[in-house]
Design a protein around this ligand. Structure first.
Ligand code: ZN
Length: 162
């Protein structure tokens, strides 16, 4: 059996043209941010006139989501960042955060991948994550205030004795 990495047929959702597999430097050559140079992307064949691409899996070269234009790519980055906040702040594990998000959005877990998300789902993700973090912070603040008032209370009784 021949083991050959076959390119998946991918089309651009914006202009309908076929996407081509290219090294990431093809699209971010001018960018100073550090990317893995081995990373490959599916780029719309009309690039750069049509500025749409998506990363390919390193394992099987399948696209990791749908092709996105600059605005959507940016939104997906923001949505990732918002979700990452859940485990970076120690609220949930990464796995639980995805599980929570899928329930929150009402999407099956297999579809809860930000790389597949449209504008709408990215915005919903950001909104849900921000609300979650805010809620947790408020709870923490309340908890801290309670501990503080308890400490102050004990101080008062001590003071009253003298
Ligand atoms: Zn296109």
């Amino acid at each position: 059996m021949k083991k050959r990495k076959k390119q998946t047929e991918v089309f651009c959702p914006y202009c309908g043209r076929r996407a081509v597999l290219r090294p990431i430097t093809y699209v971010v050559g001018e960018n100073r941010r550090i990317f893995d140079p081995d990373q490959k992307v599916y780029v719309c064949s009309a690039y750069p006139a049509c500025n749409a691409y998506v990363a390919a899996s390193k394992k099987n070269l399948k696209p990791l989501g749908s092709l996105a234009d600059g605005e959507l790519r940016n939104l997906r980055i923001q949505a990732h960042r918002a979700l990452r906040g859940l485990w970076q702040n120690g609220y949930l594990s990464e796995k639980d955060a995805y599980h929570w998000l899928s329930g929150k959005l009402g999407l099956p877990e297999k579809d809860t991948h930000i790389a597949k998300f449209s504008h709408y789902w990215c915005e919903e993700t950001i909104r849900c994550c921000e609300a979650y973090i805010e809620e947790r912070r408020e709870l923490e603040l309340k908890g801290r205030m309670m501990t503080k008032s308890r400490k102050e209370g004990s101080h008062d009784t001590k003071g009253n004795r003298t």
